[in-house]
Write a protein that binds this ligand. Structure first.
Ligand code: 6PG
Length: 243
């Protein structure tokens, strides 16, 4: 537990550097799914500056998004724009290292299918769409080195909102979801639970008094809220929270 968002973000930046170094040493690349919302803004700003910037081999990093709003990439509500402005623009990256959700393709399902295709191109095919997997083994889902997530006051995470059918999705890697109860009221694209749970490590960044009750409910262990269903199958789950 960190005293405030600044110290929480510094701790998360330290972990990011450590995980990136480990992934590059072992596998030659670091695949991260970035979170949207406002909480990660400070983390992204820290990573783009000293001392953290110098400690990552950025040429081996690949950036995806855990979820995206169906708004143009330069829209104030775009999770891509948040990351681009606070982090990516300041890094020595080539365009093929940034795997944004192609929101310009229009229909939500078309966008979700295209994003899933991008994931399959990068991580490997997995079973062809329509092949019923024999079992939901880990190999059938892309394994991110790090998935960053936030927590909504309604218990949503990424764009998996309470009560939505997307929560029960077992085959797809990315799907479209209608707006949840919380703003902005736009369609979303989100990674599915099996993909989140296939990660080597999932890190939740949670700050602000308004998250206290939902965080307590989830950490007490009995909740079936979306964020409570993030339990990495063969990976770690870490909560970075402020006091
Ligand atoms: C989104 C985010 C979402 C976010 C939570 C917390 O697209 O909105 O991915 O899941 O992480 O809503 O948002 P805050 O960090 O703004 O509280």
């Amino acid at each position: 537990m960190a005293p405030d968002l600044q110290r929480l973000s510094e701790a998360a930046a330290g972990l990011f550097v450590e995980l990136a170094g480990d992934a590059v040493d072992r596998r030659g690349r670091f695949a991260v799914a970035l979170s949207g919302g406002s909480t990660p803004r400070r983390l992204y700003q820290l990573l783009a500056g000293a001392p953290w910037r110098q400690r990552v081999d950025w040429g081996c990093c690949h950036f995806f998004w855990g979820d995206e709003r169906l708004v143009p990439p330069d829209h104030p509500d775009s999770n891509y724009r948040l990351a681009r402005e606070t982090l990516l623009d300041g890094l020595p990256l080539s365009p093929d290292q940034i795997h944004r959700v192609p929101v310009e393709l229009g229909e939500p399902e078309t966008v979700a299918a295209a994003y899933e295709e991008e994931l399959r191109r990068f991580f490997g095919r997995g079973p062809a769409a329509g092949d019923k997997p024999l079992s939901y083994t880990l190999e059938e889902f892309p394994r991110f080195d790090l998935v960053l997530l936030g927590l909504g006051t309604d218990g949503h995470t990424a764009s998996l909102f309470p009560g939505q059918v997307a929560l029960e999705q077992r085959d797809r890697w990315a799907v479209a979801t209608p707006p949840g109860r919380l703003p902005p009221p736009v369609d979303r694209i989100t990674l599915t639970l099996p993909v989140l749970n296939a990660a080597r490590i999932v890190v939740f960044l949670v700050a602000g008094a308004d998250k206290t009750s939902v965080l307590r409910e989830i950490l007490e262990g009995e909740s079936c809220l979306p964020a409570a269903r993030v339990r990495p199958t063969q990976g770690e789950l870490r909560w970075f929270v402020d006091r």
